[in-house]
Design a protein around this ligand. Structure first.
Ligand SMILES: Nc1nc2c(ncn2[C@@H]2O[C@H](COP(=O)(O)OP(=O)(O)OP(=O)(O)O)[C@@H](O)[C@H]2O)c(=O)[nH]1
Ligand SMILES: [Mg+2]
Length: 330
């Protein structure tokens, strides 16, 4: 049976009160592509937006499939709660556009964190179509923060562009890597290491411990050669084991140290501002592009512009005006 629709007021108040069921429905609303939901979603988002503006702390947890991200998030989440934070966990695979369904829920339930009073783990049941886009996640961040979860952990699988996109909406990037020998380290994409603020070598226990130590050493050396970060922060490499519970407290402390560092040198605010500007620029581009593509004069103008360039000897910068004309309103 369909649930009755909530009013904007009900969403806003419910989320402000930290009511999880309303928060969950609010997140679904933001991801909805249905026309009747968009006005409501805008109203709710607009009201709750100030709660997320320049507040909270968002950590993107990225790394290759199976690196131990979810297990680590559970441990970090519990450590965060113990130190008085309210924690939300979101999962995203922005590269797919549609969520693969179950980055979190199926494989790792985050049992303790899910049941903790001060945590909200967003369930992502298999097969359910979620927005999964970077944009929806940006908006979802505002909602979970408005519901009182000031620390948000965003899990993303480090494939393709996804981790770069998630980095663009987080205050810091925690890169989780399972220990691997020698050349296997090279398998990790350069881009992902470049955006990392802290590297955690996972599964550093038992017979994997020496391998983890070796991997950590190798990354430390590699990072030593990397250009300094704009945040003025030297990227540390830590060894952790979620299984044995070792290194978690040190990692949690390091995340806190990074937060303090960027708050005190102003990088936090500058980065948030730059992220908003980039998001705005992307939205403007998207709006105008879709206007262009929806315009029936566009295909013809494009053909003319191509001909002008290919056979007419026009400079592309001038030929593009033939297409730009299409957007002239009036
Ligand atoms: N030995 C050991 N195994 C671990 C540890 N942490 C996670 N694992 C195991 O590694 C596997 C992957 O763990 P996940 O936490 O699901 O890894 P993930 O990076 O979230 O995986 P995806 O979301 O599928 O990319 C599971 O079988 C875990 O039990 C650890 O500290 N030590
Ligand atoms: Mg996972």
């Amino acid at each position: 049976m369909a649930r009755p629709r909530l009013t904007a007021e009900a969403y806003i108040e419910g989320i402000r009160q930290g009511e999880r069921t309303i928060l969950a429905r609010g997140l679904t609303l933001l991801e909805s592509k249905r026309a009747e939901d968009t006005t409501l979603a805008s109203e709710v988002l607009t009201a709750l937006w100030p709660a997320a503006y320049q507040t909270g702390f968002r950590i993107a947890v990225t790394g290759p499939p199976g690196a131990g991200k979810s297990t680590l998030i559970e441990e970090l989440g519990m450590a965060a709660i113990a130190s008085g934070r309210n924690v939300a966990v979101l999962a995203i695979d922005p590269s797919s556009g549609v969520s693969q369904g179950s980055i979190l829920a199926d494989k790792t339930r985050m049992d303790r964190l899910s049941q903790a009073e001060r945590a909200y783990v967003r369930p992502t049941p298999a097969g359910r179509h979620l927005g999964g886009t970077a944009e929806a996640t940006r908006e979802c961040l505002a909602l979970v923060q408005a519901a009182g979860f000031d620390l948000v952990l965003i899990e993303t699988v480090g494939v393709g562009q996804s981790e770069i996109e998630v980095a663009a909406m987080a205050d810091m990037v925690l890169l989780a890597l399972a220990p691997a020998a020698g050349d296997e380290l090279q398998g990790v994409k350069r881009g992902i290491v470049e955006v990392a603020d802290v590297v955690a070598i996972t599964k550093a226990e038992g017979e994997l411990a020496p391998l983890a130590m070796q991997a950590a050493l190798s990354y430390r050396q590699g990072l030593h050669l990397a250009p300094p970060k704009e945040s003025g922060w030297a990227v540390p490499v830590l060894e952790v084991s979620s299984l044995a519970g070792t290194g978690i407290a040190a990692l949690w402390e390091t995340l806190g140290a990074y937060h303090t560092h960027i708050l005190s040198n102003g990088y936090f605010g500058r980065q948030r501002k730059a992220q908003l500007e980039n998001w705005l620029a992307a939205k403007i581009k998207q709006t105008w592009e879709s206007r262009l593509f929806e315009n029936s004069d566009y295909p013809g103008a494009l053909i003319k512009a191509k001909q002008a360039v290919e056979t007419g000897g026009w400079v592309p910068t001038i030929a593009q005006n033939l297409v730009a004309e299409v957007l002239k309103v009036g």
